[in-house]
Ligand binder design. Structure first.
Ligand SMILES: [Zn+2]
Length: 148
């Protein structure tokens, strides 16, 4: 049995220093429209796993913009003669230019995430997944009360 010890730090630099000390990398554990959680893990000689987390919240103007560009993407593919559905909520990382349709980008990100997590389970791949629906997760009229 391996034990997992998790704790959070208040500073991104603290997490990076910890990761460097243990020769491990900082990865993104979770990302939503309002925050990103970074993670670093190290395994001790006795098998104990240590997981250090840092949650960074976006400043309100950026969070608001990300919230408006959050999409719920429903995808499907055929698996053993049946349809298999997957739903992902995606906030695409938009660059300065508007060359890419954010909804299309959300579809691509969602398909990549489904492939990464589900390929072994149900055979979902970027190639065989088709979009069923894609739409903004948060309706525009609700933006005024986004803090509630
Ligand atoms: Zn599937």
């Amino acid at each position: 049995m391996s034990t997992l010890k998790t704790w959070s730090v208040r500073d991104r630099r603290e997490l990076e220093a910890w990761a460097r000390y243990h020769g491990t990398a900082v990865t993104i554990a979770e990302e939503s429209w309002d925050a990103v959680t970074y993670r670093a893990e190290a395994v001790c000689e006795d098998g104990t796993r240590y997981r250090c987390l840092y949650r960074e919240e976006f400043p309100p103007p950026i969070a608001l913009k990300r919230r408006a560009n959050t999409y719920t993407v429903a995808l499907f593919h055929r698996s053993a003669g049946m349809f298999c559905y997957h739903v992902r909520e995606v906030t695409p990382r938009l660059s300065g230019s508007n060359l890419v349709d954010p909804a299309r980008l959300a579809e691509l990100v969602a398909a990549a995430r489904v492939q990464r997590k589900r390929r072994e389970v149900c055979g979902a791949t970027v190639e065989n997944l088709a979009t069923y629906t894609v739409g903004r997760t948060y309706a525009a009229h609700r933006l005024s009360d986004w803090r509630t």
